[in-house]
Design a protein around this ligand. Structure first.
Ligand code: ATP
Ligand code: MG
Length: 426
């Protein structure tokens, strides 16, 4: 095949018809589970003010430093394709005065997210997320519940051997002291860190814990741990979350070096993986955390909140590697074949009658040859073929052919919909 003149942008993908079923199935599960737990759907624009992410996601994050797709509008404003959902949703929460409604506000969304990453398996420049936020509640039971919801969604999609990794990264009271400790530890080893981490050292040493370079991970594995330095409040909160997780028997593992790539997190952070070698290679299927300082940072009142997101493509890749079956859309049970211009006209109308009673009927109206049409009917494996020819149109009848036993029968055209309803019910 000749190379086409235009190709999709690097790291971005077409979702072809054969893959749409996976997306639909996953979104269905997500929405059903989210609705059960009392979440309401919200859609926000895919573009937001660049400043929203600089302030919300945070200037020192990889996302803001390296991964944003930003464009300048004709009005000379800077807009960014959303790299994550949370800042846009908090913006909407504030803009629509949701803080005056009974709290918490529970919202879910889904759709594309954009990050300028080095494309590889499970890492794209345009990917899709399912996202949850609970705004206006600081209780540790909510943390456990948000984690449980993502876990339940993944289980419902039939993924097994899931593990939750969890950590607390403290808050403004206890984190500054820990940061100092960490900084002095890392500084004593800064020559062995990667270039990015040496920069991170100056901006936010916690970011080093999130580095995926092996040499940095080796250094991190000996670093002081945040959980040893939590203040009383954060300690109690974290203990509460773990007790709730124990209660619902969710498999989790403490990961004292889990910090995650966003600046706004406080207290609980989590990621869910498939606990196998491939799962680890794939990376987190879902991740999130508490962000008690973000709403205020974006101009609202002091409001505690927590959220998380799931990466749809990674979930699909995992499903495919496990050969988990998703339901294929069912083939239509009937094929409508026509011969001659009069029959073509009548067929167009007859198809509408079937649509109204929600019976799926396949056709190939563009074709004139009966043989070609019957070939298609055969390939589709329909139960019945309806044949409308010149003679039938004049007599106001139609032929019903039972494809399995090969028997044909002529019925009145006006009765055929009712007749087919009856036969398909059997
Ligand atoms: P990672 O550590 O693998 O880079 P992340 O911490 O940047 O992930 P989040 O911001 O927590 O990811 O996004 C939530 C989920 O979205 C991830 O768990 C993952 O499943 C998915 N995800 C994140 N980045 C990408 C990407 N570039 N391509 C595909 N999926 C992604
Ligand atoms: Mg990332």
């Amino acid at each position: 095949m000749k190379k086409p003149k235009f190709q999709r942008p690097t790291g971005m993908h077409d979702i072809l018809p054969e893959d749409q079923g996976y997306f639909q199935k996953i979104y269905n599960v997500c929405e059903t589970v989210a609705n059960f737990y009392g979440f309401k759907k919200i859609d926000t624009p895919i573009l937001e003010d660049t400043a929203l992410y600089e302030k919300g996601t945070g200037l020192a994050t990889d996302i803001v430093q390296k991964q944003m797709f930003t464009l300048r509008t004709k009005g000379r404003n800077y807009l960014t394709l959303r790299p994550e959902f949370t800042p846009g949703i908090i913006r909407a929460y504030l803009e629509h005065g949701m803080q005056t409604l009974p709290q918490p506000i529970k919202l879910y969304s889904s759709g594309p997210a954009f990050r300028y990453e080095h494309p590889q398996a499970g890492r794209y420049r345009q990917f899709h997320q399912f996202n949850l936020e609970v705004i206006g509640d600081g209780n540790s039971v909510i943390d456990a519940q948000v984690i449980q919801i993502f876990y339940n969604i993944l289980t419902e999609i039939k993924l097994k051997k899931l593990i939750v990794e969890i950590n607390s990264i403290g808050d403004n009271q206890c984190r500054p002291y820990y940061k100092k400790l960490l900084l002095s530890y890392l500084k004593s080893r800064d020559l062995s860190l990667c270039v990015d981490c040496r920069r991170r050292l100056r901006e936010n040493p916690l970011r080093v814990l999130d580095c995926k370079e092996e040499k940095c991970q080796r250094i991190v594995s000996q670093a002081p741990q945040m959980i040893d330095h939590l203040c009383q409040e954060c300690h109690d909160h974290f203990k509460g979350v773990l007790e709730f997780l124990d209660e619902i028997e969710l498999p989790y593992r403490l990961n004292p070096y889990l910090v995650r790539g966003l600046d706004y997190y406080t207290k609980t952070v989590f990621e869910i993986f498939e606990d196998t070698e491939e799962g680890r290679k794939m990376g987190s299927l879902s991740g999130g955390g508490r962000y008690d300082a973000l709403v205020k940072l974006l101009g609202g009142e002091d409001t505690k909140a927590i959220g998380g997101a799931m990466g749809i493509e990674r979930v699909i890749a995992t499903i495919k590697s496990k050969k988990i079956k998703t339901q294929k859309p069912s083939n239509p049970p009937i094929f409508l074949a026509q011969l001659g211009i009069m029959a073509k006209r009548k067929s167009l109308k007859l198809l509408e009658d079937f649509r109204k009673v929600k019976i799926q009927v396949a056709e190939s109206f563009g074709r004139d040859s009966l043989k070609a049409q019957l070939k298609i009917a055969d390939r589709l494996g329909v139960k019945y073929t309806l044949l409308l020819g010149q003679k039938e149109v004049l007599e106001e009848t139609i032929i019903i052919r039972d494809m399995k036993i090969g028997r044909q029968e002529t019925v009145k055209l006006e009765k055929v919909v009712r007749e087919m309803q009856k036969r398909l019910k059997k």
